[in-house]
Write a new protein. Sequence first.
Length: 78
Amino acid sequence: MVSARPALTRSRGLAQDAGPKNVLVDVVELGLIAPDRMRERLNDELSRCIAANFPLLRVAQPCEIAAASMFLALPEVV
């Protein structure tokens, strides 16, 4: 797992280097993701308490991250 700040700095550097070569750099910045194993252990109250610290204010599902990543990978998006 990469922390947010270095990942954002790295992606900006990649965009600056690759942009002149007509290469697009997209970033999916993750918040709190709850796979099945995590959801089995979290009750609703604890989940809401943790999610309150993230912009979306809820726990994301892995399929939502996959869908966003697949969308950005489409050639039509560029």
